[in-house]
Design a protein around this ligand. Structure first.
Ligand code: AHR
Length: 483
C-alpha cells in the first residue's frame, strides 16, 4: 500500500534535457539505425531513415550527444566533411574494428538534429586531438562571418552556422579517452576549453568536463577543486549491471535474482548523485555547475550471434523499470542534474529503437520515455510519499495538469495506491506499460508485445485518487484539478 500527498509547493524545473539521448559511432547506432544514405531503399530524408525519425519525434528528443563515447577521442572531424567519395575510411578501433567510412559527419549530424527538433551536444576529442583541431571544429560549426572555417563550411554547402548548445571536452578521460590522472586532465580541460570560443554571444556554449566513472569521488574532487570556474557542467557515467562488469548477463531468459540485481544497480544512481553533489557543493555552493549524467542505462550481454563489439542487446520490461526508476531519481535532483543522456538511442545498449533491415521496433524503454514526456520542463511538485518498498514515483505539474508517474518493480505484488491533492479533481486518465513475464519484450515478429494501454479502474472522489499499480508495471496518471 502506498500513499502520496501532493502539496502545492513547487520544487524547481525538471530540465527537459534529462530526457536526452546519446548516439555514438558504435555498432548499428549511426549506420543502419539512423543513417542509411540517400540511395537506400529504406525511406529517408537526406540519408536519415524516416521511420526512426518519426518514432523519435513522438518522444520529444530534447538533445542528442554525438559522436561518442570512446569514439569521440579518436574522431577527427575533418574526416567527415566534404564530398562523401573523398572521405577517409578509418578503423573504428573501439567498437569491433570495423571500417568507418565517415559518411555520417558534422553536416549529417546537424541535419539529424534538425529533423528530430533536438539540440546538439558535441563531444570533442582531447585524447588524440589537438587544441587547434577542437578550436577549429567549434569555429566551423558556429562562426557566422568570414573566417577560414566558416568559409570551408560554406564551401561544403552550409553557409549558416549551426547552434551548438552543449560541448564536451573529452570523454572518459580516466579511461578510453586517454587514461589520464585527474590532476593532469584538470589542466588539460582548462587549456582546451579556453579555445572553445563563444562566437555567438547570444547562445554561449555550455562546456562540459569529463567527469568521474561511477563512484570515483576523488576524480570529482580534483576536477571541481581545479577547474570548476571554467566549466558549466561535469559528466558522470554509471551503467546498470546485473552482475560484475566482466560478467555481462543475458537480456532475456534471466533468473529472478538478476531482475533485482539489475534494478538495484540502477538504484545506485541515487547514492552517486547525492555523494557527487555534496563534493560539488564544497566548490560550487550556488549550484551553478550541472551534473551531467551523459551515459546511463543497462549494459547486458550482447544478443547471441551478433558482433560483441556492437553492444546490441534486447530490451524488456525490466529495462522499462530501470528507465522509470532512473528518471525518477534524476527528477529528485533538479538542483544539480541539468542533463542526462541514455546510452544509446538506436541498436546499442538500452536503446529506444531496434532495427533489422527496413524493419523497426520500439522498445519498452521507448514507451517509458513517451509516457514520461510531459515531465519535460515541468515543475517538480512537492509530495509526501509513503511508498511500498518496490514502488517509485514522481509528480510534476505543467500547464495546469499534474503528471504522476509510478513504477512497481515487484514480481508478484500489486500496490494499492492512494493519492490526494489539495484541490478537487476534475479529471484523471491513466496509461500502463506492463509485463506478464520478467523478460517480456518486443521483437520483429511481435513488435507490440509490450506497449502502453489505457489504465482502467481509476477511482477518483473529491481530492483523492485510488488506483492499483500491478506488479512489473509503469503507470502514468494525468490529473486535472480545480487549481
Ligand atoms: O556507451 C558505450 C561506451 O561506454 C562509451 O563509448 C564509453 O564512453 C563508455 O565506456
Amino acid at each position: 500500500m502506498s500513499k502520496i500527498i501532493v502539496h502545492n509547493q513547487q520544487r524547481g524545473k525538471i530540465s527537459k534535457y534529462i530526457y536526452g539521448q546519446f548516439s555514438e559511432h558504435l555498432g548499428r547506432c549511426i549506420y543502419e539505425g539512423l543513417w542509411v544514405g540517400e540511395k537506400s531503399n529504406i525511406p529517408n530524408v537526406k540519408g536519415i531513415r524516416s521511420d526512426v525519425v518519426q518514432a523519435l519525434r513522438e518522444i520529444n528528443v530534447p538533445v542528442l550527444r554525438w559522436p561518442g563515447g570512446c569514439f569521440a577521442d579518436e574522431y577527427h572531424w575533418r574526416d567527415g566533411i566534404g564530398s562523401k567519395d573523398n572521405r577517409k575510411k578509418i578503423v573504428n578501433t573501439n567498437w569491433g574494428g570495423v571500417v568507418e567510412n565517415n559518411h555520417f559527419g558534422t553536416h549529417e549530424f546537424f541535419e539529424l538534429c534538425r529533423q528530430l527538433g533536438a539540440e546538439a551536444y558535441i563531444n570533442g576529442n582531447v585524447g588524440s586531438g589537438t587544441v587547434q583541431e577542437m578550436s577549429e571544429w567549434v569555429e566551423y560549426m558556429t562562426f557566422d562571418g568570414i573566417s577560414p572555417m566558416a568559409d570551408l563550411r560554406t564551401k561544403n554547402g552550409h553557409p549558416d552556422p549551426w547552434r551548438v548548445k552543449f560541448f564536451g571536452v573529452g570523454n572518459e578521460s580516466w579511461g578510453c579517452g586517454g587514461n589520464m590522472r585527474p590532476e593532469y586532465y584538470a589542466d588539460l580541460y582548462r587549456r582546451y576549453q579556453t579555445f572553445v570560443r563563444n562566437y555567438d554571444g547570444n547562445n554561449p556554449i555550455y562546456k562540459i568536463a569529463s567527469g568521474p566513472n561511477i563512484d570515483d569521488y576523488n576524480w570529482m574532487d580534483v576536477l571541481m577543486k581545479n577547474a570548476a570556474p571554467y566549466m558549466d557542467g561535469i559528466s558522470l557515467h554509471h551503467y546498470a549491471l546485473a552482475s560484475e562488469w566482466e560478467d555481462k548477463r543475458p537480456a532475456l531468459g534471466f533468473p529472478e535474482k538478476e531482475w533485482f540485481s539489475l534494478i538495484n544497480s540502477a538504484k545506485k544512481m541515487e547514492e552517486l548523485i547525492s555523494k557527487h553533489s555534496s563534493i560539488m557543493n564544497k566548490y560550487d555552493p550556488d549550484k551553478r555547475v550541472g551534473l551531467i549524467v551523459d551515459e546511463w542505462g543497462t549494459w547486458l550481454a550482447t544478443e547471441p550471434g551478433t558482433n560483441p563489439g556492437f553492444l546490441y542487446q534486447q530490451n524488456t520490461i525490466r529495462d522499462a523499470m530501470v528507465a522509470a526508476i532512473t528518471l525518477h531519481i534524476f527528477q529528485n535532483h533538479t538542483d544539480r542534474v541539468q542533463m542526462a543522456n541514455i546510452a544509446q538511442m538506436v541498436n546499442v545498449l538500452q536503446a529506444m529503437i531496434l532495427t533489422d533491415g527496413e524493419a523497426m521496433i520500439k522498445t519498452p524503454t521507448y514507451y517509458v520515455f513517451k509516457m514520461f514526456k510531459d515531465h519535460q520542463d515541468a515543475i517538480s511538485v512537492d509530495a509526501d510519499k509513503e511508498l511500498s518498498e518496490m514502488t517509485s514515483a514522481s509528480v510534476s505539474e505543467k500547464n495546469g495538469e499534474y503528471l504522476v508517474s509510478l513504477c512497481n518493480y515487484s514480481l508478484n505484488a500489486a500496490d494499492d495506491l492512494q493519492i490526494s491533492f489539495n484541490e478537487s479533481i476534475i479529471s484523471v486518465t491513466g496509461e500502463i506499460l506492463k509485463g506478464e513475464v520478467m523478460d517480456q519484450h518486443n521483437d520483429f515478429d511481435q513488435p507490440d508485445a509490450v506497449s502502453p494501454q489505457v489504465l482502467e479502474n481509476i477511482q477518483s472522489l473529491e481530492h483523492n485518487i485510488s488506483v492499483v499499480i500491478p506488479s512489473m508495471s509503469v503507470v502514468t496518471l494525468h490529473v486535472k484539478t480545480t487549481k
